[in-house]
Design a protein around this ligand. Structure first.
Ligand code: ACO
Length: 326
């Protein structure tokens, strides 16, 4: 099988910062509560005119520039998002248009916060079996557009942004393996309505503050997260013949510092090896892992030969992990 490696990464976050203190003016909350319960201090929020596609395009451009990849060289574009501005065309097709990726085929996937790793897994299959050579995988979200700004239990958690990676065929080992999973049975612990409701349900729901906004049973999602993160990591390590002590850099989905610390503890990974940037961005769903990966690289945290593990969990419910030799 063809080896696949991550050639480059990129990111983009909107300029506008919404701090915990700003939120204190919007809902009954405090910087102290948010910091203690989540670790989040601030998040980035798009303005009214900026779409998920705009964020995705900037992150993709950044990744392509770093690798010196030309638009014609991209064979496939995969965008993971739960906040597309249109049902169709897909965000990936809108990115294709903007970046003039004329040789690519493009599509979106919906796997919430696990979406970027799902996208990497799909791209890896295409490259491993020779169907494609170079893939652009993007996680992009404008979650602020589906946030219920009057619900203090969720509005303090989320932020906007995008991250991207270029995956390519390689002579060297790179991506070692994946673990993907989902539990549709418990999907309604975390959801956002789309269309397709019957007229009756529409009239029942349409005036609710949460209609087409994020709903989350925080406590249940928390319990799921602290169990599934170590499970997904152990599974992928087992598949690729590594143990958690082999991990040099651990890049978890940036939802909540308590969830990350609990997972690291269960896996016996010291926090020095764990990359955390959620204090700056909050939970950016599908964008969180590629943004973190890009920042970890930029900060010199990842060296050639390092074993890194990415892990995500979220709506669906879904989970995903990926082991990489850098
Ligand atoms: N400010 C102040 N008080 C608050 C706030 C707030 N922003 N939000 C809730 N509270 C109150 C509650 O009303 C409750 O008060 P009560 O005891 O009087 O009823 C109290 O704080 C405790 O609430 P809990 O929900 O028990 O607080 P908990 O410690 O569980 O933290 C949190 C809540 C942070 C949401 C946590 O459950 C969590 O992180 N869950 C997982 C969230 C997550 O990661 N989701 C994303 C996964 S998927 C994705 O990324 C899209």
């Amino acid at each position: 099988r063809q080896n696949v490696k991550i050639l480059s990464t990129g990111r983009f976050v909107p300029e506008r910062i919404l701090s915990n203190h700003d939120l204190e003016k919007m809902v009954e909350t405090s910087d102290e509560w948010i910091t203690q319960r989540t670790g989040i201090k601030e998040r980035r929020i798009v303005d009214g005119r900026t779409s998920t596609t705009d964020l995705a395009v900037q992150a993709a451009r950044n990744a392509m520039q770093k690798a010196g990849i030309l638009p014609d060289e991209i064979d496939v574009v995969i965008v993971a998002t739960v906040t597309p501005e249109m049902f169709f065309p897909s965000t990936a097709c809108l990115v294709q248009k903007e970046l003039k990726l004329k040789n690519a085929f493009a599509f979106d996937i919906s796997a919430a916060c696990s979406g970027f790793i799902y996208g990497m897994a799909i791209a890896t299959q295409f490259i491993q079996n020779g169907f494609c050579k170079t893939a652009l995988v993007i996680g992009a979200e404008a979650l602020s557009k589906i946030t219920n700004w009057s619900d203090r239990s969720t509005c303090v958690l989320f932020g906007d942004g995008a991250g991207a990676a270029i995956l390519t065929a390689s002579s060297e080992e790179g991506i070692l393996g994946f673990e993907l999973g989902s539990d549709g049975e418990n999907g309604l612990l975390l959801y956002c309505h789309a269309f397709g409701l019957s007229d009756l349900s529409y009239s029942q729901f349409k005036d609710m503050p949460n209609f087409r906004k994020i709903y989350m049973d925080g406590n249940e999602v928390y319990k799921f997260a602290v169990k599934i993160m170590p499970y997904a990591v152990e599974k992928v390590l087992e598949k690729v013949g590594l143990s958690s002590s082999d991990i040099d850099v651990f890049i978890p989905h940036q939802a909540n510092i308590r969830i990350i610390e609990s997972a690291a503890k269960r896996l016996k990974i010291p926090m020095e090896k764990v990359f955390v940037n959620l204090h700056k961005y909050g939970n950016t769903s599908a964008a969180s892992i590629p943004i973190a990966l890009d920042e970890a690289i930029e900060e010199g945290k990842i060296k050639k030969g390092d074993k890194i593990v990415l892990v995500g969990f979220g709506g669906g419910l879904t989970w995903a992990s990926c082991a990489v030799k850098w």
